[in-house]
Design a protein. Structure first.
Lengths: 652, 385
């Protein structure tokens, strides 16, 4: 009977043969991904094959253009223009003989708007200088300078680009705007075969063979005619008036047109938040405007007498400090905004207030120059006593934080009324006791830090987004080195190779960007989901260290809970935010001398200095502080408070 | 878990019969069974039989096997426990000494025989069979672009889904991309909640984030639920609790569990009390460093001096392969109890347990300061150097 039953069950089971096997093993071999695991394998976004193909086609067409500069120059103009150009070329040739290439002539002609006389003069002068010759002869070898293109802009309607954004860019800026890549290709003097294999091989060695001097010379050439570029972050406690102050400054400098301002005024009144009208210049999302606080770093640009300043408006709210850190990592100098209202300054300055934390953060991030704007002085009737009182308190603290006395300037002002921002104050109470500089003068006096352009390329990715046109864009800061269109780059820590298709700084296309620049890079040859915020783009020959474990020398701030072995914290490194574990406490150090006080301490308490080992769950790209200051700085945070700042001393 | 019978001798040898009833019980079983124990359970085995003509047929039979455990495997996600070992009892289908892998199944009895039942294992049975179940809680911990959907049971925190999306930052003229990215992210999180959270079991759902992400998300979820007429979400709207956390990483769950608004909802789950105990340890370390120690060496010394008031120990340590080491830890726990100290066995599946694991797995708050422990330590190190 029992055997009979067995047979029956056998038959039954044969129908489910496949199922049987699985069951017999009691392993779910078939499922390479268990259903619950599948949940973790989240596909970020659909692939962008379409775009990639488009990108490929475009590069190909670009290359065709570049080999025959002549053809392209024709292509860009209308028939009439073309005929005119041809006749002009003939005339010029007659005068000058064949010592100039057609390409040069075309270039020069375009520049001078088909004026033959001017062109001839121009060409002869250039020859004398030997400058143009050198460059055009080199063609693919030289990194181009934007100078020869400057005049071209006149013919292309570049300026309109900015109008849409409600910002009248100052005239000088226009000269920095380069024409679109298509029209510039013959004149750029730099052949940029990007993706084609055969060309790449020749291109590469030449490209890499640039001496350091070349880069430096090019940099000098590129940037000598311009004002210095300064990146400035505005920090301070929540509601200190950072956005309002900067919004007003931008208005006063004429960066915001009347119409937009009027619109903001109407809309903010409708919401019953009239005092936020200036803040709206920088706070753009609906969420930010409704709540009346900045949430992500706002970006804008203005010019002073000697500088072009890119303004980064940091959020003051405690919860958005990660955003602020990402912004501050890109800044050279900072403006600390302090609310002078009684009680407000104190809350911002007390333990747990952001005035303190922000100042410490920017200092640890390498900002050494600071302007302190004592804001809202109108609410205390421009009282000198209050001003002095705040300065007294801040001076002591800032000195402790590591700011040198002469790198800190104090300016009384009011963001809402606009006193002492751009023009000298008119308020009687203020003039009585204050004759110092206005805020804009202080900003103008900042020194621009040195740009490490000779080091290998390091670019920290701050944002990944779809650009217009093909490929996708990443934005961020060139920390060291330089980057030019057509370069092959390595994305770390994923170690994927991509090529640079385009470069933009402040909405204007560039051929080369140097250390210190904020740039938007259009990448191709890589999927968008393989690049994320916090990645480092680097030189394939000189890649950044990729590691999961490193040692760091840290200074521990005022913490409530001591740091022990195994403490889980959040690591901020450039724009990267990553959970990490303090895996070892190696030694407690003397805060000033750096001597080892105690080896293997049990815990690290507040206001101490120590050598620790940090374990990251997935690899990240870092550098030793001694090799690269920018990428060697780290910040540790826990539960909404910064607990330590440090320098990477050893990569394991 | 249901306890069917318990035959344990005076000297600790004996057999226990248990019926696991829910996935979490597998976790308890995982902690109970160690290598060398014998487990008897009903299982399915593929048996090959050869007929007289030489053709072989394979069939699947359900049989009861007893194996001596050699290898234990636990899938934390699916809550499946697999025990590999040799057959030690004669069976119709399976030869003695043949290998078999037991998959413990829900609602099927298994009996576990140990050479020695120690206090920790017996206590584990008591805990596992405690019918007064504390609340099951789900938590969504998020920040812009990153979210974890977790289930918190009394002894485990299970990550059900991780959502990691790059959201373009806001920039002049490109706000749409930011907002679109954000919306997509919220949608993903919402889908994960619907898919992974069983609203019949879960008593409350915590949504935690820094800033306004939680409010925005909650608003979005309710709006979408209304639009798509999702009854499930709308009916359970009152189960959602919004809390603050400093980031969207998993370890920020610790902060959430400390939030009084949340703890009141969660009554007294093990997760919350563990977080509290660990916090207390850290506070003591800050205020009176001579009263808080971690690491086996220090804690054992403190135990010898009868100084331990609260012992924090991770259940990871009891799972270790080394029997001798396990015994040492069990002895430590027993001694502390004898001295009237409190012992908290942390579940290594909770956030706090994970942290304790990192902190050598054992820590103690002392009754009186023992600064000499620290000094000993430095001397030892000198020797080491």
């Amino acid at each position: 009977m029992s055997r009979h039953r067995n047979v029956r069950s056998m038959n039954y089971s044969e129908e489910y043969d496949g199922y049987d096997d699985v069951y017999g093993h009691s392993v779910e071999d078939d499922y390479c991904v268990s259903p619950s695991e599948a949940a973790f394998m989240y596909d970020r976004e659909g692939s962008k094959n379409k775009q990639k193909i488009g990108a490929f086609f475009q590069t190909v067409s670009n290359i065709a253009e570049e080999h025959e500069g002549e053809v392209d120059s024709k292509g860009s103009g209308s028939d009439i223009e073309e005929a005119r150009l041809q006749s002009c070329i003939d005339q010029v040739k007659e005068t000058l003989g064949s010592s100039f290439s057609i390409k040069e002539i075309v270039l020069s002609l375009k520049k001078n708007n088909f004026d033959i006389e001017k062109t001839i003069n121009d060409l002869l002068m250039k020859r004398a200088d030997g400058e143009l010759k050198q460059e055009t002869d080199k063609k693919g070898k030289a990194i181009t300078t934007p100078h020869p293109q400057k005049a071209q802009v006149v013919s292309s309607n570049q300026t309109t680009v900015n109008v849409t954004k409600g910002f009248d860019l100052a005239q000088k800026d226009i000269s920095r705007l380069c024409p679109t890549p298509r029209s510039e290709s013959p004149g750029s003097g730099r052949v940029t075969p990007i993706n084609v294999q055969s060309n790449e091989n020749e291109e590469k060695p030449k490209h890499k063979s640039y001496g350091k001097d070349d880069v430096l010379n090019n940099y000098k050439k590129d940037r000598s005619g311009e004002k210095e570029h300064l990146y400035m972050i505005v920090i301070g406690h929540v509601d200190a008036g950072k956005s309002t102050l900067m919004g007003h400054l931008l208005c006063a400098l004429g960066q915001v047109n009347q119409k937009t301002m009027h619109k903001y005024e109407q809309e903010s009144r409708k919401l019953g938040k009239q005092s936020f009208v200036y803040a709206w210049v920088l706070d753009e999302t609906g969420e930010e405007r409704n709540r009346g606080i900045t949430m992500d770093v706002g970006k804008s640009q203005f010019e002073t007498n000697s500088k072009i300043v890119t303004l980064l408006d940091a959020p003051g709210h405690k919860d958005f400090i990660p955003n602020m850190i990402a912004g501050a990592g890109q800044a050279d100098v900072a403006v600390l905004v302090v609310d002078a209202t009684r009680g407000e300054f104190e809350t911002g300055f007390d333990y747990g207030g952001q005035t303190r934390e922000h100042a410490l953060l920017v200092r640890s991030l390498g900002v050494s120059q600071l302007a302190v704007a004592i804001n809202k002085l109108d609410t205390v009737n421009w009282s000198k006593e209050r001003f002095d009182e705040i300065i007294q308190k801040l001076k002591v603290f800032l000195k402790q934080a590591g700011f040198k006395d002469n790198d800190v300037a104090f300016v009384p002002c009011s963001g809402l009324t606009g006193q002492n921002l751009v023009v000298k104050p008119t308020q009687k109470e203020l003039i009585e006791w204050y004759q110092g500089p206005t805020l804009i003068e202080v900003i103008d006096n900042f020194r621009v830090s040195e740009r490490p352009i000779l080091k290998p390329l390091r670019f920290s990715v701050n944002d990944v987004f779809k650009g217009t046109g093909s490929g996708f864009c990443v934005s961020g800061k060139v920390e060291t080195g330089s980057l030019s269109v057509g370069d092959k780059v390595l994305i770390c820590p994923s170690r994927e190779v991509a090529s640079v298709k385009g470069l933009l700084t402040d909405d204007s296309p560039k051929q080369v960007v140097y250390a210190g620049d904020q740039a938007q890079v259009t990448l191709s040859g890589i999927e968008m989901q393989n690049v994320s915020v916090g990645n480092i783009i680097c030189d394939p020959q000189n890649p950044v260290h990729v590691t999961t474990k490193f040692q760091a020398r840290v200074v521990i701030f005022n913490i409530a809970v001591p740091i022990t072995k195994g403490y889980s914290v959040v690591l901020h490194h450039q724009s990267l935010v990553e959970p990490v574990i303090v895996s070892k406490l190696i030694a407690q150090l003397n805060k000033s001398t750096g001597e080892v006080i105690k080896k293997h301490p049990r815990c690290l308490t507040k206001n101490t200095s120590a050598l620790i080992e940090i374990q990251v769950s997935r690899p990240i790209g870092v550098e030793l502080y001694s090799d690269c200051k920018e990428l060697g700085r780290i910040m540790l945070r826990v539960g909404g408070a910064t607990i330590a700042a440090g320098l990477i001393t050893k990569i394991l | 878990m249901k306890l069917v019978y318990k035959n344990v001798d005076k000297d600790g040898q004996g057999t226990v019969g248990l019926i696991p009833e829910e996935p979490e019980d597998m976790w308890h079983a995982y902690n109970l069974i160690s290598e060398g124990d014998s487990v008897r359970s009903s299982t399915i085995r593929k048996v090959q039989s050869e007929s007289s003509t030489g053709s072989s047929t394979s069939s699947r039979v359900r049989t009861t096997l007893t194996i001596s455990v050699e290898n234990i495997d636990f899938d934390t996600q699916a809550c499946v426990l697999r025990l590999k070992g040799r057959n030690i009892e004669e069976n119709q289908y399976v030869k003695m000494g043949a290998y078999h892998t037991l998959d413990l199944e829900l609602n099927r009895k298994f009996s576990l025989r140990k050479q020695e039942w120690d206090s920790v294992s017996l206590e584990r049975i008591d805990v596992a069979c405690d019918p007064s179940k504390s609340a099951d809680v789900a938590a969504v911990i998020m920040q812009e672009g990153l979210a974890f959907v977790c289930l918190i049971t009394s002894s485990m925190t299970l990550v059900r889904a991780k959502i990691d999306v790059t959201i373009p930052r806001k920039r002049k003229g490109f706000i749409q991309q930011h907002e679109k990215g954000l919306q997509k992210f919220y949608d993903n999180v919402m889908q994960a909640i619907i898919r992974h959270i069983d609203f019949d079991i879960v008593k409350c759902i915590i949504i935690a984030s820094p800033g306004f992400v939680k409010d925005q998300f909650f608003e979005y979820m309710i709006q979408t639920a209304i639009k798509t007429d999702n009854k499930l979400l709308l009916e359970n709207k009152s189960k959602f609790v919004l809390a603050h956390s400093s980031s969207g990483f998993k370890h920020a769950l610790k902060e959430v569990l400390q939030d009084p608004a949340v703890t009141s909802k969660m009554a007294d789950t093990k997760a919350a009390s563990e977080v509290k105990a660990l916090e207390q340890f850290y506070n003591t370390l800050q205020t009176e460093p001579a009263k808080a120690f971690y690491g086996k060496k220090h804690v054992e010394k403190a135990c010898e001096a009868q100084a331990i008031e609260t012992l924090l120990i991770s259940d990871n340590l009891f799972r270790c392969q080394d029997v001798r080491q396990r015994k040492e830890y069990v002895r430590l726990v027993d001694t502390v109890r004898e001295m009237g100290g409190e012992v908290r066995i942390f579940s290594s599946m909770h956030i706090s347990g994970e942290q304790l694991d990192q902190l050598t797995g054992v820590a103690a708050i002392l009754r009186f300061p023992m600064p000499e422990l620290e000094e000993d330590d430095s001397e030892d190190e000198l020797e080491e150097d």
